[in-house]
Design a protein around this ligand. Sequence first.
Ligand SMILES: *Cc1c(COP(=O)(O)O)cnc(C)c1O
Length: 428
Amino acid sequence: MAYKWPQLAIEGGPKAKKHPYHKGNRYGKAELKEVAEALESGRLSSLNGTKVRQMREDFAALVGAKHCTAVTSGTAAVHVALGAVGIRPGDEVITSPATDFGSLTGILYQNAIPVFADLDPHTYTMHPAAIEAAVTRKTAAIVVVHLGGNPADMDAIRRIARKHRLALIEDCAQAFLARWRGRCVGTLGDVGCFSLNSAKHISTGEGGLVVSNDAAIADRCESFADKFYSREKGRRLAGLYDIPQLAPGYRMTELEGAVAVAQIRKLPAIVKHYERIGDGYGEGLAGIPGIAPHGVLPRARPTWYFYMFRLDGKLMGVSRDEFRKVLWAEGVRAYAGYIPAPVYRWKLLRERSVYPGSKCPFDCKHARKGITYPVGLCPEAERILADGIILEVNRFFTATDVREAVAGVRKVAAHFLAKKGIALGPAN
Ligand SMILES: *Cc1c(COP(=O)(O)O)cnc(C)c1O
């Protein structure tokens, strides 16, 4: 006999999510102690304090990098990485159409031009063939985004970068300790960038980290984050007065460094928990007709910043937004897609209007002419953003939260599938 599902919550039935999501404060005594020490030392600048220095060493060791620079945000981290690899005006940088705009800010600030590579329909990361197809004589770098903490195909992408002599920058803002062939992302290219904003695996409120195994790049990261000052002893004055090029001031303070010291100590345990939650969603959603799980490449170990499944609205006979609404009514924290539209359709790029009153960098004499961002530029990304539903992953969620969220998705799916004559039982 077929399993009889209860009535939908949106129609007055019982909610699939019977218990409220577990909550908590991600900061505690450990952070307090570190911050107190920073204040008591009387030194809140990283130039003479110890917290940022210690944190940089701890983080580099944890991800397996030789060097780490601390900055004010993930956006700053990507900007610093681009500056450190020597991006010039008119250069093209290949990146993802589905990312935080922070992946692009630094590209545009350097008067370089973002070019987009379409996504793999299962992993939502840049497809190597699309990257290769986007390479022109002006391409200087790739900013690969490990969206949702899910590593992109780094074997293929490294090969493309090497073949075309492109700098390879990893945007790991969502991918703390995610691994490719057992190595942490951020250490697979030339530079890796992380964000410490309040939504990420660990946080200092705002903050960013840049890692590298290349001493020359790491050195330029340090200068580029600091107005291109060179603060090595003995070169102090020359370094201060003879700035070789324009660079922003992105130094992190000791207060953030102190919080980061404590947060980085917790990171391995936090990441394990994220892995259990994301894997739990993946197992729970397997085998539901009309639902495509979040794909993972065989060599990738994601750390699940979020979990996004794709809905086959035609098969289910329901729109993505309606499905999400019904799921939300079941008490499940689910969101319609990652961003409403690919970043190339956001006003700034759609209208090629980056700086007020000019078309820089698009009409720069160094730029390749005719780069535009029409609808249909990355059709797979457009489809993913139109039919994806995100399940939240959070350090405080319990096994019950995961089980009940999965039960909610199955219940809503079963409801719509039943109308199409397809029976679906509950999860085991
Ligand atoms: C969060 C994020 C950024 C930007 O980080 P901020 O700290 O908010 O500046 C950049 N790229 C990706 C993929 C992100 O998720």
